[in-house]
Ligand binder design. Structure first.
Ligand code: J2J
Length: 552
């Protein structure tokens, strides 16, 4: 396995192969097979129009050959930072064809995160969309490159003339020689049981962790999701959430759609009008969404202007969908079943099933998609809690990782000695056998499905010269579920405003969604019996303040 990754124990790996979970098949071969079997079926659409499976495969071949010619080689690691446009899928598969491993960055990531990923992995290339959302990605890419000299190649979407940058549009127009194409298809360099790409963790520690996913494990994960949701060639999956995120990529996601030969509709925007327009135009059947996105769609006065009756499943995940929201979704989209998706980039995917009794669909966050998934609900000592009691969910199985990339020390905390991943989620078993998410132990803020590591932001705030102590906690929010609030004990005689704090944080060049949205200056922190800062007390304090401000 790729250096710095923890493999599954050999015997278990053999078992996963014997029982058919893991197939000796690469991601590249998935697209090639589809392209051979159903060349003219629609595969992908974005604002630029629709592409068939064969067209996507052809484009991926062209880009793969050009990238090889630029010096990219099997097992190189690269930063893939593209929005939901066709190039995302084309480049992803181009990289797979030549065995290159992308780090699945989000468009929201900035210098700080990208430099860290590049240095940790020794990444050799950075793929980006120069003007996406009016941000100068090219300037950022150059700066990141200056701080991470392994980044030899910058690749941008579109056309352009900037020196030292390769542009994808002309690459995608190349007509490679037939012999080169055949050689590429015949010479699948990827080992199906090795790493195909690196996902990013929601992050509970100072820096985001990288999650190595193999071809075999990911294809199994995606295939199983598609099976339990009853997807078929008629499935039209919409990706409005970032395609690089596990939820939209494969669990269930784009890869799961391609496995069943369905169609993917990409939307680079989560604006309600845009989302409705894509659903209507492409007769979308499956919409994955966070509760925050669903609330925005429900609240849009323009919903009635569109024909949304093609929708069959609305998968809601990233954060808990409360039963009341479930009811609203059902009422607003009567043709669709709301599905709870409780997943994680580290692996384990839980889904409610379309044929679960209504009450189970409404109140639970689903159950693991594979019979080979093992999970336990444990107390602080690692002992199983009584059935129905709340405990931490720990999991292992054919698509749950055994360790983060190059994070040996952290892995000792994040995994049990017998290989279970500690999810940090507090759950209980519902009488139906499904899981209910009840809270979490991990120190993060879940802002509308986007995860913010409290520790990462606290470390940055601590470097401000007016700050003596800081604790970042979640505050409740009706739309985002949570937003982050920074409690600060200022240095003697100093003051600080939220905008001053955020101006300072922006100089650290981090993703914007990580900025605190409220600052509370206090004289001291409440402490636990152990003398530790009590984040629980701080969360309660800010929740009470908000209730008061909102009139009780
Ligand atoms: C409560 N908490 C949830 C849910 C995720 C599908 C859907 C989501 C993700 C994802 C994903 C939750 N109710 N329905 O990868 O394939 C919180 C938990 C979990 C963490 C993982 C997928 N769905 N969560 O959100 O890696 O705390 O994956 O451990 O971003 O999100 O976050 P992430």
């Amino acid at each position: 396995m790729l250096d710095g990754c923890a493999p599954w124990p050999e015997e278990l790996a053999r078992d996963y192969v014997r029982t058919g979970c893991w197939e000796a098949r690469s991601l590249a071969s998935l697209l090639e097979e589809r392209s051979r079997e159903s060349p003219h079926r629609a595969c992908l659409s974005d604002r630029g129009g629709e592409l068939s499976y064969r067209e996507v495969n052809r484009l991926a071949e062209r880009v793969a050959l050009e990238l090889s010619a630029c010096g990219l080689q099997a097992r190189d690691i690269v930063l893939l930072q593209l929005p939901n446009v066709r190039e995302f899928v084309v480049v992803f598969f181009a990289l797979q064809k030549i065995g290159v491993i992308p780090v699945m960055c989000l468009p929201a990531h900035r210098h700080s995160e990208l430099t860290y990923f590049a240095r940790l992995t020794g990444a050799t290339a950075h793929f980006f969309a120069p003007g996406f959302r009016d941000f100068d990605f090219l300037a950022m890419a150059r700066e990141v490159q200056a701080g991470a000299p392994t980044l030899k190649l910058l690749v941008a979407t579109g056309h352009g003339r900037e020196s030292g940058v390769r542009y994808l549009a002309p690459l995608m127009e190349q007509r490679p020689a037939e012999a080169d194409r055949e050689a590429l298809a015949a010479g699948d360099v990827a080992d199906p049981f090795d790493v195909a790409f690196l996902l990013l963790s929601g992050g509970t520690t100072g820096v985001p962790k990288l999650i190595p996913r193999t071809h075999a494990d990911y294809l199994y994960n995606a295939r199983t999701c598609a099976r339990v949701l009853g997807w078929s060639r008629d499935t039209v999956f919409m990706a409005a959430l970032p395609a690089a995120h596990n939820f939209a990529l494969g669990a269930p996601g784009i890869i799961a759609t391609m496995i069943v030969g369905g169609r993917v509709a990409l939307s680079a925007s989560t604006d309600a009008d845009e989302v409705f327009g894509v659903i209507e135009r492409h007769r979308v059947t499956v919409l994955p969404a966070t509760p925050a996105l669903i609330i925005a769609l429900l609240n849009s006065p323009r919903r009635d202007k569109y024909d949304l009756t093609s929708l069959r499943q609305i998968c809601v995940g990233g954060q808990r969908m409360l039963p009341e929201l479930f009811d609203r979704v059902r009422a607003a989209f009567p043709s669709a079943i709301p599905i709870h998706a409780f997943g994680m980039a580290e692996g384990l995917t839980n889904l409610t099933r379309p044929d679960d009794p209504l009450e189970v669909q409404r109140e639970t966050q689903g159950r693991p998609v594979s019979p080979s998934d093992e999970f336990r609900i444990v107390d602080e000592d690692g002992a199983d809690v009584p059935v129905g009691a709340v405990g931490e969910l720990i999991a292992r199985g054919p698509y749950t990782i055994r360790g983060y990339y190059r994070a040996e020390q952290h892995n000792r905390l994040a995994f049990t000695t017998d290989g279970f991943f500690r999810t940090g989620d507090l759950v209980r078993m519902h009488p139906s056998g499904n899981l209910v998410v009840d809270g979490r132990m991990k120190d993060m803020i879940n802002r509308g499905g986007e995860k913010i590591s409290a520790e990462e932001i606290e470390n940055l705030i601590l470097s401000h010269d007016r700050v003596q102590m800081v604790a970042v906690v979640a505050m409740p929010d009706p739309v985002m579920g949570e937003r982050s609030c920074a409690f600060v004990v200022p240095r003697e005689g100093a003051t600080l405003t939220l905008s001053q704090l955020n101006e300072f944080l922006m100089t650290k060049r981090i993703a914007k969604f990580k900025l605190p949205e409220r600052l509370e200056l206090v004289g001291a922190f409440p402490v636990t019996a152990m003398g530790k800062v009590s984040k629980k007390a701080l969360r309660e304090q800010i929740a009470a303040t908000l209730r008061m401000e909102n009139g009780g």
